[in-house]
Design a protein around this ligand. Structure first.
Ligand SMILES: Nc1nc2c(ncn2[C@@H]2O[C@H](COP(=O)(O)OP(=O)(O)OP(=O)(O)O)[C@@H](O)[C@H]2O)c(=O)[nH]1
Ligand SMILES: [Mg+2]
Ligand SMILES: [Zn+2]
Length: 308
């Protein structure tokens, strides 16, 4: 690389970090529509560990397919688990069977995603494992429960590719994170949506000759004009980071009723004149979701008490 070359290439480019490894970052350059292997420069070099997958950056070219990251734009959103910046939506993926659907885990994912102000989709996968008509009725009742709570719900069978065509268009813009317990079928779902998705992303990075290391960090994979992060599953999500004040705002189906509560700081528990509880009693708000709200409220309050 000659000095002259640097001079002629000194215009910086906008990009988005799609992968992090050993202080290197793969950056998708919007104008060039290419992935470059980049390193943070100057002040950013010291803070390089702070650059997240999903960060929007400015890159200065320095060699073929390589550049310096000069600056990082302020993040719109920042998730810690998985560590991804500027996430637009979460797809909560739950297996209906194997492992059996656990409503509490879904509700935990939902409140966390609501707290992060993300768009949320719910997927019940492995519908090929529905046991009998009774089980199918249960599945449909659960689907209706989450639809009524305000979430788009998708039923899929990633093994045979059923239902994935309806889901795909929702993931072709912005940054999507798949969340859900281990074995729910998140990876399978992505490969059903786009066979070879992972392979293709690896091929892009390979061009730069770097990034072949496996990494604990999430990686963004190209889907249409969007990006998806396949993350490892988890079995337990704690609610630290949430406050008991406003916890009800993380249950969207409460929203039409909260203005009618007698107290404007109503926690929708035992307060007189609580319109949310009245809506539960009238069958307008699902009783199981409300019970989960009370459970989470108690849990968050216990965490708050332990803190003070
Ligand atoms: N029968 C059936 N099996 C499925 C379906 N989707 C995934 N599987 C299987 O379930 C197992 C787990 O799927 P994965 O895609 O690895 O699950 P995951 O959510 O990515 O799991 P982690 O990466 O551990 O978080 C695999 O053996 C898949 O083949 C489905 O719709 N039906
Ligand atoms: Mg997986
Ligand atoms: Zn209330």
């Amino acid at each position: 690389m000659t000095e002259r070359r640097v001079e002629t290439m000194n215009a910086s480019h906008r990009g988005q970090v799609i992968k992090a490894y050993n202080h290197w970052f793969d950056v998708w350059l919007e104008d060039a529509r290419q992935v470059w292997a980049c390193q943070p420069r100057g002040r950013l070099r010291l803070e390089g560990r702070g650059i997240l997958v999903g960060d929007r950056v400015r890159v200065l070219p320095r060699a073929d397919g390589e550049g310096w990251i000069e600056s990082v734009e302020p993040r719109r959103t920042e998730l810690t688990r998985p560590p991804v910046a500027n996430v637009d939506r979460v797809v909560a993926v739950m297996a209906w069977r194997r492992p059996d659907f656990v409503p509490e885990l879904l509700d935990r994912i939902l409140v966390q995603a609501e707290h992060a102000a993300l768009e949320i989709l719910v997927v019940f996968n492995k519908i090929d494992l529905v046991e009998d008509e009774e089980d199918r009725a249960r599945l449909h009742a659960v689907r209706e429960r989450y639809r009524r709570a305000g979430y788009p719900v998708f039923l899929t069978d990633a093994l045979h590719g059923e239902g994935v065509d309806r889901l795909r268009p929702h993931l072709e813009r912005g940054v999507t994170v798949l969340a859900g317990p281990s074995g729910a079928g998140k990876s399978k779902l992505l490969s059903a949506i786009e066979p070879g998705l992972r392979l293709r992303s690896e091929a892009v990075s390979e061009k730069t000759g770097r990034g072949r290391h496996t990494t604990r960090h999430p990686e963004l994979l190209r889907l249409g004009e969007g990006w998806v992060a396949d993350t490892p599953g988890f079995s337990r999500l704690d609610l630290s980071g949430l406050a008991s004040d406003g916890l009800g705002d993380l249950f969207p189906e409460f929203a039409p009723h909260t203005a009618a509560c007698r107290f404007n700081d109503c926690k929708h528990r035992a307060e007189p004149g609580c319109a949310v509880r009245a809506a539960v009693e009238a069958g307008q708000v699902d009783a199981e979701r409300y019970a989960r709200y009370l459970q989470f409220l108690a849990e968050v309050e216990a965490l708050e008490e332990a803190r003070y």
